[in-house]
Design a protein around this ligand. Structure first.
Ligand code: DGL
Length: 276
């Protein structure tokens, strides 16, 4: 197997974050908050988004291409912010690279188990994520008798990207999607897609105010910090450098820049287009 080796020293090296598009910026936002000294190299595969309705083979192929691109930037850790890519590509990526590779599924599942009192957990995500049963498997690995109810909500991605995340239409769609989950008495629900934290308010209304929503991206950022601490890879030497992260996309950057405002609460000035 073709393994790309990188030494695990060099805390000043960047963290690579990858998503099918702009949604992974929710993870970047959290990483910036928790680890302000870290340089992030982000790749959003905007030319090929969405991954959520593609086959496993295609998603693995795309994920490897993006990961090799990021490895050439000498990253010290790879974060797969995309739930769909995490669901289907993670074992392959882990086999290929010798740096820590983290997806969003396990951190999200761990937080859900910790929060649930009645052992009934809902999972919402793309079709790819739901079909892979990745969250269900991760939850059952921690607690075998947990009850898991899953539902794909594909339109949420488009609503979030177009800024329709708080209006009446978003609420109607959310109510319709979450109807089958309402009588299942779940007390915890995993937002198993990068875009769903932007629809938190409407999802909370549909699910009921007592249901705890788990943001997998947020949980993942915490796990990145723990892994870097454990491996002595936290960058302590870069305290004065701000906004030094670099963003790449695989299609024209205008839309990405515009939408980044909603995901990151700041506009990105420099976004580079690359062909993989
Ligand atoms: N980033 C994807 C995820 O978290 C959502 C968008 C897509 O389908 O590619 O699953």
């Amino acid at each position: 197997m073709n393994k790309l080796k990188q030494k695990n020293d060099g805390s000043e090296r960047p963290i690579g974050v990858f998503d099918s598009g702009v949604g992974g910026l929710t993870v970047v936002k959290e990483l910036n908050r928790l680890l302000p000294n870290e340089k992030i190299i982000y790749f959003g595969d905007t030319g090929r988004v969405p991954y959520g309705n593609k086959s496993k083979e295609t998603i693995v192929h795309y994920s490897l291409q993006v990961a090799y691109f990021l490895m050439k930037k000498k990253i010290k850790m790879l974060v797969v912010a995309c739930n769909t890519a995490s669901s289907v590509s993670l074992p392959t990526l882990k086999r290929h690279f010798h740096i820590p590779v983290l997806g969003v599924i396990e951190p999200g599942a761990r937080a859900a188990i910790k929060n649930s009192k009645n052992n009934k957990i809902g999972v919402i995500g793309t079709l790819g994520t739901v079909k892979s049963n990745s969250y269900k498997k991760a939850l059952k690995k921690i607690r075998t008798n947990v009850n898991v109810v899953q539902k794909e909500c594909p339109l949420f991605v488009h609503l979030a990207e177009d800024g329709w995340n708080k209006n009446k239409i978003a609420q109607l769609i959310s109510d319709e999607y979450l109807k089958p989950l309402r009588n299942k008495k779940i007390d915890t629900m995993i937002l198993g897609c990068t875009h769903y934290p932007l629809l938190k308010d409407v999802i909370q209304n549909s699910a009921g105010k007592d249901v705890i929503l788990i943001d997998s991206g947020k949980e993942t950022a915490g796990e990145v910090k723990r892994i870097l601490e454990k491996k002595n890879l936290i960058n302590n030497r870069n305290k004065t450098v701000k906004n030094h992260s670099v963003f790449y996309v695989s299609d024209f950057p205008h839309k990405f820049k515009e939408v980044s405002q909603r995901f990151l609460s700041k506009e990105l000035k420099h976004v580079h287009k690359v062909i993989l």
